[in-house]
Design a protein around this ligand. Structure first.
Ligand SMILES: [Zn+2]
Length: 323
């Protein structure tokens, strides 16, 4: 069989049957094929639109609703992550800094998940990637919450300990010192009153009449009450804990015994001039972790900034000490 087409021939003025070329045949077939496909697709779409079941429509509405909810949850996650970050920063920068403990290490705040694919069950769906990303963020936030909660427990414990520490460390002057006139000699090189040589004076001398009350400068336990004929003379040592000890020397009388618990401000004895001393005064020392430190740094509880400055100035004069 041959493909032919009826065509008008202008030379003969007649309609003739003309055979079609191979190219014309192919084009004809392709055009008709496209037309059929186009009509077919449109019909399917039209039928789907016209005859969609109520169940289908409800399902589409449900999917749209869930997509909207997913978007809302994503936004809320962003806010929660920011809040969490803020809490972590405050924890490190404020609480931990005040209490003098190092920040929580990064690997504890943001621990890894491990090698397991925890989102395998959500793979293979249209929204797999979104759901998987969201679940990863929720898991991250959970881990941060656990780490932060542990950190705050630690901070609470430390704050309680800190309170005890504040009561224990020496923080007042050992004699009543309203006019600061009793501060006679401070920390540093001083001329020794007896040997007349320049020696380092490891404490602070408060000149006061014999019998003046001497106070424990922080809570603690009396670990030494001793009477020497030279050196410190009659002296008391109090252990405050946290590495602190204080020493009160040249006293005329002690009112506590070894093992006694004392509180800050409690009278432990009287000023005198026992041991190596030229006049009635109290020699006071603060020891931190076994090392003598400048007592001037430990009067923060009972001096105003101005008084503190005056005391510091007086204590720095390189005069003659009293012991
Ligand atoms: Zn002294």
């Amino acid at each position: 069989m041959k493909w032919t087409q009826r065509r008008f021939n202008p030379d003969t003025l007649r309609v003739e049957q003309v055979p079609l070329s191979r190219r014309e045949i192919l084009r004809g077939v392709a055009l008709r094929g496209l037309l059929v496909l186009g009509i077919g697709a449109s019909s399917v779409w039209l039928v789907d639109q016209l005859f969609q079941s109520p169940a289908d429509r409800a399902r589409d509405r449900e999917i749209a609703f869930l997509e909207g909810q997913l978007g809302d949850i994503r936004e809320e996650m962003t806010l929660m992550e920011a809040a969490m970050e803020d809490i972590s920063e405050r924890d490190d920068a404020v609480y931990r800094t005040i209490l003098g403990v190092p920040p929580v290490p990064e690997h504890l705040r943001h621990p890894g998940i491990g090698g397991v694919d925890r989102h395998a069950e959500v793979r293979g769906h249209v929204h797999s990637e979104e759901v998987s990303a969201l679940r990863a963020r929720v898991a991250g936030l959970q881990r941060s919450l656990v780490a932060q909660s542990k950190s705050l427990d630690e901070v609470t414990d430390m704050a309680l300990e800190f309170e005890k520490r504040l009561e224990s460390i020496p923080a007042i002057q050992p004699v009543r010192n309203e006019d600061l006139g009793r501060m006679a000699s401070g920390w540093g090189y001083r001329i020794h009153p007896i040997y007349k040589v320049r020696k380092f004076h490891y404490g602070m001398d408060f000149s006061a009449p014999q019998g003046t009350e001497v106070f424990a400068t922080g809570d603690g336990v009396v670990v030494k009450v001793k009477r020497l004929y030279n050196g410190y003379g009659r002296h008391i040592v109090i252990r405050h804990g946290f590495g602190y000890e204080t020493l009160y020397a040249h006293m005329s009388k002690s009112l506590v015994r070894r093992g006694d618990k004392v509180q800050r401000g409690q009278v432990i004895g009287h000023v005198g001039s026992t041991g190596t001393s030229t006049s009635s005064h109290l020699h006071y020392e603060v020891h931190k972790d076994g090392v003598k430190v400048n007592p001037a740094h430990y009067y923060f509880n009972d001096l105003s900034p101005l008084e503190y400055e005056a005391m510091l100035e007086a204590s720095e004069v390189e005069n003659q000490s009293l012991d």
